[in-house]
Design a protein around this ligand. Structure first.
Ligand code: SF4
Length: 288
């Protein structure tokens, strides 16, 4: 029987929010995976805190609503405990590139086989418009009425340096490309990150700007490190340079979860070790 992917949860995103494009695209990809024989019971979604996080309420697939900055470690833990599952993390830019940044760096370094989709609206939307690590310099928001003083982070450059093996950039104004990027990222074996320029229609409406600046990569070789580096640096999230969309980088490399499944440690042994680790502190054999 075909699973209904929509839920009965009332959608509370603002009209025009870029999150709708991410929701539509990921639902389409999950439906395609199901049609091709991937049981959706083998997919787990993880979200954090922020407007993005509600996405798991709107998709009828097992999910874990985590806390701010902790989408990545929760996704990693699920993957290690259940390597047979496809784990997809959704996080905002404040969530993933701010409080959760160190987790993202180490997940990329490990090349753990999870997919991270970043709703990068470059503003804290849920808390009504403060600047984030990717807001442009001069951004005027609730916490920076005279303009943000800092230069923004280029998250894709950082992820490349950290060891990620799949990097892409999408835009909430381009649905077909988003579907393609999500599909490729989920199929990739290793740490995949899709940075989505997801417009916050209420606190940082960048549709007009992005529509003028974005272009889709055509003749780009995602395995050529020099080309990849140059393309990732072409736009630094601050300048008025053209903004490349598409798959920027792809590499095949052993994953952390594969290495973790060492020969000689069978599934039952691993489970008992995990159960031991997850026991509440102070629990003794006698309490069990
Ligand atoms: Fe979307 Fe911004 Fe509204 Fe949040 S505040 S739902 S990100 S438009």
């Amino acid at each position: 029987m075909q699973r209904e992917l929509a839920t009965h949860a009332k959608n509370t995103w603002c009209p025009g929010c870029g999150n709708f494009a991410i929701l539509t695209s990921i639902r389409a990809v999950l439906k395609a995976l199901a049609d091709e024989g991937t049981p959706l019971e083998r997919v787990v979604l993880v979200s954090g805190i922020g407007c993005h996080a509600k996405i798991v309420d709107y998709i009828n697939v097992n999910s874990f609503y985590s806390i701010h900055g902790r989408v990545t470690p929760v996704a990693e833990a699920i993957k290690i405990a259940r390597p047979d599952l496809k784990v997809i993390g959704f996080a905002g830019d404040g969530d993933a590139y701010g409080e959760g940044l160190e987790h993202l760096v180490f997940a990329a370094k490990r090349n753990i086989d999870i997919t991270m989709i970043i709703h990068n609206n470059r503003v804290y939307g849920l808390t009504t418009g403060q600047y984030t690590p990717t807001s442009p310099q001069g951004f005027k928001g609730r916490s920076t009425p005279r303009g943000a003083l800092e230069v923004p982070l280029n998250p894709l450059e950082l992820m490349l340096a950290s060891g990620a093996t799949f990097l892409a950039r999408g835009y909430s104004g381009g649905l077909e490309l988003l579907k393609k990027l999500f599909r490729e990222a989920i199929s990739h074996k290793g740490f995949a990150l899709v940075d989505v320029l997801q417009v916050c229609a209420t606190f940082f409406n960048m549709y007009e700007y992005y529509n003028q600046k974005v272009y889709e990569l055509k003749e780009h070789d995602p395995v050529n490190h020099a080309q990849v580096s140059a393309k990732i640096r072409e736009w630094d999230y601050n300048s008025d340079a053209p903004i490349a969309l598409g798959i920027l980088y792809r590499k095949i490399a052993p994953t952390f979860d594969e290495k973790f499944q060492k020969p000689g440690i069978d599934a039952a042994d691993r489970k008992s070790k995990l159960d031991e680790l997850l026991k509440p502190r102070g629990t003794t054999e006698a309490d069990a």
